[in-house]
Structures are given as C-alpha cells and as structure tokens.
Design a protein around this ligand. Structure first.
Ligand code: C2E
Ligand code: MG
Ligand code: MG
Length: 566
C-alpha cells in the first residue's frame, strides 16, 4: 500500500470546482491548476452529472454553497447518501458565519472561506482533504467484514478497480481457501470455524503490511489479496507460508493458495482473480498447505477441460466410452481365485486418443455430468454381468463406482434397482464402490444413502479407505460391506516398517468391523505376500492384471474355469 500511495503522489489528481460565479471558478482554478487536473461546473445539477460520470477518478469536489438549481447543501446530502459517491471528499466554499458547522455536519471534508486565503493555505487544505480521503478508504468501518476486519468482497473489488484506474500499476492477485472448511465447522463447531477465519484474516493482515496491497474475505472460507506486482512474489509467499503453516497444521488446518502474477497483459482486476481462483481450484484435492501459480499451461488445460465437457454427450452417443474390467482375486486360500471385477471407464476420444478417468472424473463431478456417465457405466456393467452369466453359467460380481455426486441423487436407489432388475441380476451381483472422501462432503447424507441402498440389498465397498479426512468415527456410523485400502498405502508399504504397520492397522480395523479387506494397486509379489500374511482377503492390481476390455477379461474367466470347477 505504501508503494501505491507513493506512486499515486506522482499523479495529477482530478478536482471538480463547482461555483455559479465564473470569476470565483477562475481564481480557484488558477491557484490549483499546476498541481491538479481541474474541471468546472456552474451549478449543482451539472456537477452531479460530472461526479457520477467520473466517480472512479475524481479525487475532490470544491463546492459553493449558494447556487441556482441544486445548491451546495443539497449536493452534499446527495453525495453522502450515495454509497459510491460518498468517498469523494468535498470542500465547501462559504462566506457566511455558521455555514461551516452545517456543512461539516453534512459530511464536508473541510471549508474554504471567501474571500480566499493565501493560495498556499488553500493548496494545503486541498491536499490534506485528498490524502485523508484516500487513507480513510482503508479504514472505513462499514466496508469491513465483521469477523476478520478485512474488507468485504464488494468494497474490495470496487476499491481495487478504482486503484487500477487511477494508477495503472501492475498488480498480482492471490486467492486463498481453507481446505475442507465445512468439515472444520462440522467437527468442532461454528465458533471454532470463526476463530480459524479470524486467525487467518490476522495473518493476511500482517502479511500485507509487509507486501502492501488490500485484502478481503471472499464467500465463507476464502480470502482475496490484491497487491502491487513483485517479481519475487513466490519467495515472499513461501516465506509467509512457512511462517504460518506449522501453527495451522497442528490444528489440522491447511490452506490452498492460487496466484496470478502480473505478466503485463493488462487484464482487469476480476480477470486476474478468475485466473488466481482457477489456480486455487486445481489444488482442491490437496490436504496440505500449498500454492499454485496460474500460467499458460493451466489456461490450456482449462481449454482442454472445456473441450472434454463439450464433447461428452456426443461421446456417449457414439460409444466412445468403453468399460474396462479389472479382476479382484481372493487370496485367503492356497491359490488366488477370481472373485469379482471392478468396472473402470475409459474414453477413446477421436482426437485425443485414450483419455484416462483421472482427467475427466473430477471435471464431470464439478458440473454434475458424472451422473449421466455413471448410469451409462452401471448399465454397461450390469449388461456385461448378464452376458457372462449366459455365456459361462455363473455370475461374476462386478463393482461399479458411485460418485460423491450420485449420493445426492434422490433416485439413486431406484435407478440401480431398475438396472439390476432389467438384467435379471440380484443386488449382490452389482457391488457399489463409494469413495471414503464422500463422507467429508456430507456425512449425514452419505450415511442415509448407504443405509437405504443396503436396505434394498446392495453391498457397499468403501473405496480409497485412508485417503480422506474422515475420522475413525465414520467407521462406526457408516455401515459397509467391505473396505478397499487406498492405493497409496500399498505403494509404500514395503519401503519401511512404519508404512507396513499402517497397513496392518487398517486390516485390523476391518477385522473389528467384521468386513473383508480389499487391497488395490498391488503390483509386486512382495506386496501380495505381505498382505496375505496380514490377513488381507482380496487383491486387485497390476500384479494380477491391468483393467481389460471385456474380450480380454474373458480369457481370465476361462482360465479360472479351467482351473476350478465353479
Ligand atoms: P478407483 O475406483 O480407486 O480405481 C482404481 C484405480 O487404480 C484405477 O484407475 C485402476 O486402473 C488403478 N489401478 C489398479 N491397479 C493398479 C496398480 O496395480 N497400480 C496402479 N498404479 N494403478 C492401479 P483408473 O481406471 O484410472 O481410475 C481412476 C479413478 O477414477 C478410480 O479410482 C475411480 O475413482 C474413478 N473412476 C473410474 N471409473 C469410474 C466410473 O465409471 N465412475 C466414477 N464415478 N468414477 C470412476
Ligand atoms: Mg473404485
Ligand atoms: Mg480406489
């Protein structure tokens, strides 16, 4: 902010002189014109039009009290009653006793008495009024967010745009969000949530004392910071993050920060914040404090995402989506046995080739398109189970993924029921995988949905167990039929004892809950054997097979049939 104010000192402020007497206007104009850019109005009505037009750039109005049409008092009243105009200070010109008090009461910043004092005195009063008004912009109470003391969103953007307009300085934009803030509220209560916001607001306040700039609270759990561009913004950010990160993480709080660093392309304030927000959104699934800077690559990724969204309907109609199947083997006996499969979607895009779910699932979750896609997969999987049943004479259960978004679908149970019935299957044939992290979206809703699905006879496998933010508490409140350990535990399990014990503990938890454990992402013999030792029931992973198209998967079924008598 200091830097801004200094730069502003170098610029010529705009002043409007309003007086019905031409000679008075000229004298004042003459005194001030070398320091300020002056415009004139000869009555209140014209003055009001000019003020409205130039509200963003006008620094001061000098106002005669007695004028035809609209006098100075009325104009003052209009200015002070208007949210946008009241920030422009007004100095009144008066020759009568008593008028000073009345005009100050009406919100005038100062007054100049006629006949005029020495030009130096007038210039000093004008300069002081402008400076006071510019400073008071920073401390006006009604423009603040009550909880954090930072600006509120509306004022922040209005003020920022005004600064841009006046100064044309390069500015950086930062968006800061608290990860899973609703969980903090839910677990520890709103008062605690408020105290977290206050604390982070305080840190931001402290930081901008160092960097300059302005900040606001944005929606419920976010903050925006607008600050003069600095080429070493990243280092500064890291310094600030280092300072606060540990304190926050001790309380299980982490933040994500999106940055737009001015690159001279002359974007408006809102566009800068759109870009910072996009960078911030890309960190949404992170659980630790991190930041990301917007760049062209992010922009082209965004365009790519747009393409995928636009292409989805056509892709469904043209069957560009293909369901692959990955086997799950039961390893409790001497020989691993094919016990079920997971349906995993693949998109064969005519232009981009095979697009993996990692690229589009969360994208489609953001806009709800996933519901359509999931139904497609459920139907395909159910039809496949039926086909294999007809072909091989037995039912190989297949699990399908139920997105966090589907949980909110009122018709979920009915839709699945219809699919199962239409294909002549029983509920246990179509297993449902629900990711653990859906619990943190809305735990009550998830518990309710899972209960209803189970009441219909569906079996629920909790996917990605251990990946999310949910508490062990969840396990007692959420009834499930199997636990699928998150892949990351398997990936690291053989690297040290700690990781290995972690897997052991999770298998123990499953034992307590009396549900089978599935380990996914198993790639090596070593992992397989250790899991078997720990009592893991089912294994899915490249060790046995990658996800396969139905025709290739059939070879696994046939192999299994040759080795056993199903
Ligand atoms: P997920 O449900 O946890 O699926 C397991 C993922 O692990 C799959 O990735 C699978 O290909 C991969 N995987 C299996 N074994 C191994 C292994 O040994 N090593 C490694 N590195 N990876 C292995 P995929 O197919 O890319 O799917 C990623 C995620 O996308 C899935 O994670 C699931 O959350 C989601 N997804 C996939 N298909 C669907 C769908 O039809 N609907 C919904 N809602 N989500 C889906
Ligand atoms: Mg899954
Ligand atoms: Mg999984």
């Amino acid at each position: 902010m200091q830097e801004l104010l200094e730069r502003r000192k170098g610029l010529k402020r705009k002043i409007l002189i309003v007086d019905d007497e031409a000679i008075e206007r000229e004298i004042l104009g003459y005194m001030l014109s070398d320091l300020y850019e002056i415009s004139f109005a000869d009555n209140g009505r014209i003055a009001l039009d000019i003020i409205k037009q130039e509200k963003l750039t006008l620094s001061l109005v000098i106002l005669d009290l007695h004028m035809p049409e609209l006098d100075g008092y009325s104009l003052l009243e209009i200015l002070r009653a208007d949210n946008e105009l009241r920030r422009i200070p007004a100095i009144v010109l008066t020759s009568e006793k008593g008028a000073e008090v009345k005009s100050l009461q009406l919100g005038a910043a100062d007054f100049i008495t006629k006949p005029y004092d020495a030009p130096d005195v007038i210039r000093a009063r004008v300069q002081r009024s402008i400076e006071l008004a510019e400073d008071s912009i920073i401390i006006h109470e009604t423009e603040r967010d009550e909880l954090t003391g930072l600006f509120n969103k509306e004022y922040f953007f209005e003020y920022g745009k005004r600064l841009d307009y006046q100064n044309q300085l390069p500015m950086d934009a930062i968006v800061l969000d608290i990860n899973r803030f609703h969980i903090i509220n839910e677990l520890y209560g709103r008062n605690y949530g408020d105290s977290v916001l206050k604390k982070i607001g305080g840190y931001i306040h402290e930081s901008i004392q160092d960097t300059g700039g302005l900040a606001c609270r944005f929606e419920s759990n976010g903050f925006c910071i607008y600050l003069p561009h600095s080429p070493d913004l990243n280092e500064r950010l890291e310094k600030h993050i280092d300072k606060y990160k540990n304190i926050l993480e001790k309380q299980n709080i982490s933040i994500r920060i999106g940055v737009y660093s001015d690159d001279g392309s002359g974007l408006g304030m809102e566009q800068r914040f759109d870009r910072a927000r996009l960078a911030c959104q890309k960190l949404r699934n992170n659980y630790s404090t991190s930041y990301r800077v917007y760049n062209d690559e992010l922009h082209s990724k965004e365009l790519h995402s747009e393409r995928l969204i636009n292409d989805m309907d056509k892709a469904l109609a043209e069957k560009q989506f293909v369901v692959f199947y990955q086997p799950k083997y039961n390893i409790t006996g001497d020989i691993p046995r094919l016990t079920s499969a997971e349906a995993l979607i693949r998109w064969f895009h005519p232009e981009f080739g095979m697009v993996s779910p990692g690229e589009f699932i969360s994208l489609f979750e953001d806009n709800g398109l996933i519901r359509k896609l999931d139904k497609y997969v459920w139907n395909e999987a159910a039809a496949q189970i039926r086909l294999w049943k007809e072909k091989y004479g037995f039912c190989l259960p297949v699990s399908v993924n139920v997105s966090r978004v589907d949980i909110f679908d009122q018709m979920l149970g009915e839709t699945l029921e219809r699919i199962v019935t239409a294909n002549g299957l029983s509920h246990e044939n179509l297993l449902l995988e629900i990711t653990e992290s859906a619990y943190s979206d809305n735990s009550l809703k998830l518990i309710d949905t899972v209960n209803k699905l189970r009441a219909r006879g569906f079996k629920i496998e909790m996917d990605d167990f251990g990946s999310g933010y949910s508490s062990l508490n969840m396990l007692t409140s959420l009834p499930i039929d199997a636990l699928k350990l998150d892949m990351k535990f398997i990936r690291n399990m053989c690297s040290n004892r700690k990781n290995l014990s972690m897997v052991g503990i999770m298998i123990e938890i499953a034992r307590l809950l009396e549900v089978p454990v599935i380990a996914e992402g198993v790639e090596t013999q070593e992992q397989m054997e250790k899991l078997k030792d720990y009592g893991c029931d089912v294994i899915q992973g490249y060790y046995f097979s990658k996800p396969l198209p139905p025709a290739d998967f059939e070879k696994l079924i046939e192999k299994e049939l040759n080795e056993t008598s199903y």
